[in-house]
Design a protein around this ligand. Structure first.
Ligand SMILES: O=c1ccn([C@@H]2O[C@H](COP(=O)(O)O)[C@@H](O)[C@H]2O)c(=O)[nH]1
Length: 234
């Protein structure tokens, strides 16, 4: 079964989140726990998802001094998550320390991923924080830095996947939010693509939240997105 979808469990309550989780099978998707649910429910929620057999992406986007980020990444490894991320804009030393602290975990270490430019951002957002580069230029810069630090992959928009592959090669994991099936509302997302186009471009993992979680029948939407990408990509 296809397991390239990561469902972003951005719900207010545990009851709502488990309402979806208990209708689906771990062979259908992985799950992402982000700032909202982790702040409300903490590590116990992640443990409940593990008990149900799901692999979890802990999406807390760490960004702090190197020592603090590295220790937070170690806590994520101790929790047994499959993937964890940090903001690449925290810099090379921060990313290197985070990678180094995972060495004792060997093959059990979570995938460590650097967030480049949030998929909600466009040129003006970057300009307003003093960055005179396009999102694409900034993504390329931060993705190179992430690779130099030895991380496993980057979070980027599916619109940047094609060019990042040519810069960074086949091994780097490209994790793409900003996924919108045809007809879905964009909401706050700006740099978006459909699931099929993202897979065709070369995304390894599609992070999908509201198009699934806010649907009338989330489990059915998840199945139909899986079907739409089943025979695509490598
Ligand atoms: O650049 C980024 C990094 C992370 N996200 C997260 O992905 C999901 C997307 O949810 P949708 O409802 O499909 O928009 C959400 O949890 C974000 O925190 C991102 O969107 N962009």
């Amino acid at each position: 079964m296809d397991n390239r979808i990561i469902v972003a469990l951005d719900y207010e309550t545990e009851k709502e989140a488990l309402g979806l989780v208990d209708q689906i099978d771990p062979s259908l998707c992985r799950l992402k726990v982000g700032k909202e649910m982790f702040t409300t429910l903490g590590t116990n929620f992640v443990k409940q998802l593990h008990e149900r057999g799901f692999e979890v992406f802990l999406d807390l986007k760490f960004h702090d001094i190197p020592n603090t980020v590295a220790r937070a990444v170690r806590s994520a490894a101790d929790l047994g998550v499959w993937m964890v991320d940090l903001h690449a804009s925290g810099g090379l030393r921060m990313m290197e320390e985070a990678k180094k602290i995972l060495e004792p975990y060997g093959k059990d270490a979570p995938l460590l991923i650097g967030v480049t430019v949030l998929t909600s951002m466009e040129d003006l957002d970057l300009l307003q924080i003093g960055i005179n580069a396009s999102p694409l230029e900034q993504v390329i810069r931060l993705a190179h830095l992430t690779q130099r630090a030895g991380l496993d992959g980057v979070v980027c928009s599916p619109q940047e996947v094609d060019i990042l592959r040519s810069h960074l090669g086949k091994e780097i994991k490209l994790v793409t939010p900003g996924i919108r099936p045809v007809g879905s509302e964009f909401g706050d997302q700006r740099r978006v693509m459909t699931p099929a186009a993202a897979i065709e471009a070369g995304s390894d993992y599609l992070v999908i939240g509201r198009p699934i979680t806010q649907a009338e029948n989330p489990a059915q939407v998840l199945r139909s997105i899986n079907a739409s990408i089943a025979n695509l990509g490598g």
